[in-house]
Design a protein around this ligand. Sequence first.
Ligand code: SF4
Ligand code: SF4
Length: 386
Amino acid sequence: MTLIDNPRPDNLVLSPVKRSGLADQMKAGLDAPICLTWELTYACNLQCVHCLSSSGRRDPRELTTDECEAVIDELQRMQVFYINIGGGEPTVRKDFWHLVHYAVDHGVGVKFSTNGSGIDATVAEQLAHSDYVDVQISIDGADAETNDHVRGNGSFATAVEAMEHLRAAGFEGFKISVVMTRHNIAQVDDFRAMADRYGAQLRLTRFRPSGRGADSWDDLHPTDQQQRDLYHWLIDHPDVLTGDSFFHLSALGEALPGLNLCGAGRVVCLIDPIGDVYACPFVLHDEFLAGNVRDEGGFAQVWQQSDLFAELRQPQSAGACASCGHFDACQGGCMAAKFFTGIPLDGPDPECVLGHGEAAMDSVARASVGKDHSRTAVVIGRKPIG
Ligand code: SF4
Ligand code: SF4
């Protein structure tokens, strides 16, 4: 089968000159996002302790099927090549498969993230025959003990079962997505072996203190030494996808593959279940809310005209990092990680490899530790997939 390639700067291998030219263009923003994440629902059958959207409960104001179709029509007009669908667990929406098919039929490829609970043998068979749907199975430990500590009892077995179904159906190249924590970072070789075993591709992402991740940050974020080890491992394994999420580690030496920039509001954004548009999936907070797809002008108006995105596309001040010789590589790190640890946006990343983040955190109060971004207390059970 042919899978969509992720057009996100997910491990782009570019010469330094091309990389800097492309990065400059992207800093100024594009006509349409190249990495649009759409959280279709906050309903979830799991309660992962690091969930960036604090998912678990469905919001009764979720976009209807008709409204979702209208958004997809708009994305098609804007020539958005593909969308990342997530949640919550997106497959619990009863119109999930309808919307996936609707997007593909309208020229918008889909990659969706799942904990595996919606992937049985029949679904895997259907997915294996689809040219424009890619699947990302989330797993946060190479064994049940490590994974279930974060994702809940039985979640490792569920994910493995889904991967078995995908392999049996002949679906090659699906993604195994792992959030790097201090408890699993030593398992990177095991994750890679797991991906090889299933004919999958490994994707590692950075743990950020967003949603429930703010509460579990101290327990889960990697140590300085682990960050260094990961950096060298990534340099040695350029085929492993990272979604450009570890660019703060580039201050350790050679730049990691990717554009090495914060794409929030420039090339990246998120639509949440009720249609709110945020600058990136890791900044679900009013300060980064640019508009709503239900507003006049829809998503295109928000992407192209919102004041917030215009501001994010302006050259950003290096601030406290101005005198750092590694700023070109590290760019001061991740805006979301700074915001949710209370560090000013022009301050150093909380995991600055030179150690400036710790000092910056000590001098400020954390912005939103404990903030729950799930909306209302409407609990729904596991819904059958259609
Ligand atoms: S805020 Fe962080 S996660 Fe979001 S786009 Fe910027 S660097 Fe990436
Ligand atoms: S001081 Fe700033 S630019 Fe330098 S390594 Fe730390 S976060 Fe990156």
